[in-house]
Design a protein around this ligand. Sequence first.
Ligand SMILES: *Cc1c(COP(=O)(O)O)cnc(C)c1O
Length: 356
Amino acid sequence: MTGPWLRPVLTELPQYTPAPGLYSGAAPIPLSANESLHEPLAGIGRAIAAAAGAVNRYPDPGCVRLTEAIARARGVDTGTVMVGAGSVALLQALFHAIAEPGAQVIHGWPSFELYPSLAALAGVTGVRVALRDGAFDLPAIAARITARTRMVLLCSPNNPTGGVISADALRAFLAQVPSRCLVVLDEAYHEYVRDPAACDGVRLLSQHPQLVVLRTFSKAYGLAGLRVGYLLGAPGVVSLLRKALTVYAVSTVAQAAAVAALGLQDQLLDRVAQTVGERERTRDGLLAAGYPVPGSQANFLWLPLKDRAADFGQWCRHRSIAVRVFPGEGVRVTVGSPSDNDALLSAAAHWRQAVE
Ligand SMILES: *Cc1c(COP(=O)(O)O)cnc(C)c1O
């Protein structure tokens, strides 16, 4: 029996699989998905409850109130803001916007695992450029740009390694890239950055119409379960990109919660500061246990364990800790609560003893 014709890319694409046990009742300590460990603030819960009473109606397709709140919070005009159902939906719209036969996208590697999948689905050829010291190597990326390059994807801090692109390196890169090539800077973890030399894409937007910046409510703002993110870019680019988004994708509840979260930004950023403190404490503990952990500017740490990554992941799984394994490369662990991090440190110390 033959089924319907479907694009061969669907057979080849890896299935995105969450860490084992997360959604099947085993309830491991969740250190695999870089979520906020905190439950929503009471004010956000109230906004969600109030919005739930209006779900018989379609959401505002223009996300007007949220767009205004984002523009105010980031100090930009509303015409530069585009809201999407998570930054992944915005990335998908960007791929739709550049996918012509022969189009190429360049990104660093290892990086966000969805970049290659989104490229393949869009029929865009992905070009991977090795990282340098855990961050994107912009001179090496610039050297790979050709007439077919339609988009460069930059991730800072980089998931999964935690390194950042410096403001100087980004400025030099933008001066070099042909203006017809879109440069996308994914700053999903921007709020966790403490390195004063790190780039801040929003500051460069006004001088660089080819640049778009992605931010999300999924990490520091603690709304991963509601799916809302945003893109900032030149108004002429944004007004075209909006047409590549699925209409009504951002729910009424998500829009209301994100508006409330921006109103409670100071409290949320206090929580981020706690996580940054735990990041440094956990890294110190791992270094003391003999792990070569690079500095991270995000809410996770990277253990470059190479061919022992899968074994370490299995070890954590047996101790009911969910981590993200990149087979052959390393393990990414999200910074959790102090007791979650202590559990990880204990598992990590015991693993060293067991394998040595
Ligand atoms: C978590 C993450 C996102 C956020 O995706 P959402 O769709 O907004 O939840 C985007 N980019 C990177 C690199 C991430 O790690």
